[in-house]
Design a protein around this ligand. Structure first.
Ligand code: CUA
Length: 333
């Protein structure tokens, strides 16, 4: 009976996890739902290893059941020496063949992930900070944070740096991880196959808020991407009304301006994320909370209650000032 119990125990977690795959968002991003060539390689390797492992489980289980079924009384004579060839074949030759195959496939995939030497590639510079992502497009000087827009079908060359400790850039549906290592630039290439928002996550422990160092890669059709990129390079729009104008004054005169940049205003700090087009982003605090006026107000007043340990101190603003500031930030598309 015990092999049966073992089988059930092996199959149960598999059955449970099979339902979780799918697209990013619901149930989390799965490396087994690839949308880029790097992730496709990882998924292929995963299925290869899974197939081999399943084969081994089946063979071992069958042999075990066969041995149990053949079990005789204590007086049976055990012939020695006959099992040696079986041990050599099953215990050495087969594993060696499997490991060689897996190694060869792994080398092939590793090679496929390196520089595709695509002259039409788009360069994006990503800098990891405790705990957010700075994103720059050298093509036209656009700067943003925690949201990397890319055109579908085009090779994107990511140049990865860190401003402090080591981080790791991971978008399971697009490509395997690449570390951001202090003192050097690491390169990786991704290409999104279809439009969508692909959740990314820092995958190297980097301090207390490592878990809240998420981001999104938003893959858009080339025309949409071009207009987004052009928009990001422009300075902030002028305040639309008196309230927004008051909000801009709060931004420029408070301590916000010493850490954040809003291009087109006197706020030019370099410590925190560039806020020039903040209103267009889906999340605040590197994927921590949705970018709504309520969360924005809460974040400004005391982001330490939302993401303890981040560098932004609580802002002692009065209700009128805070509302004006939120109203202004909401216009920054
Ligand atoms: Cu950055 Cu973990």
């Amino acid at each position: 009976r015990s092999p049966l119990v073992l089988l059930v125990l092996l199959v149960l977690p598999l059955a449970a996890s099979c339902g979780e795959g799918g697209q990013g968002g619901q149930g989390g991003p799965s490396a087994l739902a690839p949308a880029g060539f790097g992730a496709r390689r990882v998924a292929g390797l995963w299925w290869l290893l899974f197939g081999i492992s399943a084969g081994v489980v089946v063979v071992v289980t069958v042999l075990l059941l066969w041995a149990l079924a053949r079990r005789r009384g204590p007086d049976v004579k055990v012939r020695t020496g006959q099992g040696n060839r079986l041990v050599v074949v099953l215990g050495v030759a087969v594993p060696a063949a499997i490991l060689t195959l897996v190694y060869a496939v792994g080398l092939r995939d590793l090679e496929a992930l390196s520089d595709p030497k695509d002259p039409g590639e788009l360069v994006v510079e990503v800098t990891g900070h405790q705990w957010w992502w700075e994103v720059r497009y050298p093509e036209n000087g656009a700067v943003t944070a925690n949201e990397i827009h890319v055109p579908v079908g085009r090779t994107v060359h990511l140049r990865l740096r860190t401003a402090d400790v080591n981080h790791s850039f991971w978008v399971p549906q697009l490509a395997p991880k690449t570390d951001l290592v202090a003192g050097r630039v690491n390169d990786m290439w991704v290409r999104a196959e279809r439009p969508g928002a692909y959740r990314g996550q820092c995958a190297e422990y980097c301090g207390t808020q490592h878990a809240r160092m998420a981001f999104e890669v938003v893959a858009q059709r080339p025309e949409e991407f071009a207009s987004w990129l052009a928009g990001q390079a422009r300075p902030a729009p002028p305040p639309a009304d008196a309230r927004a104008a008051a909000g801009r004054k709060v931004l420029e005169s408070s301590s916000c301006a010493s850490c954040h940049t809003v291009r087109g205003t006197s706020a030019a700090g370099r410590v925190g994320p560039d806020l020039t087009h903040l209103a267009g982003r889906r999340y605040l605090g590197a994927g921590t909370v949705p970018n709504t006026p309520g969360w924005l107000g809460g974040w400004i007043s005391d982001s330490q209650t939302v993401k303890p340990g981040n560098l932004m101190p609580p802002q002692p603003l009065g209700p009128v000032e805070l509302r004006a500031l939120i109203a202004y930030l909401e216009t920054l598309h």
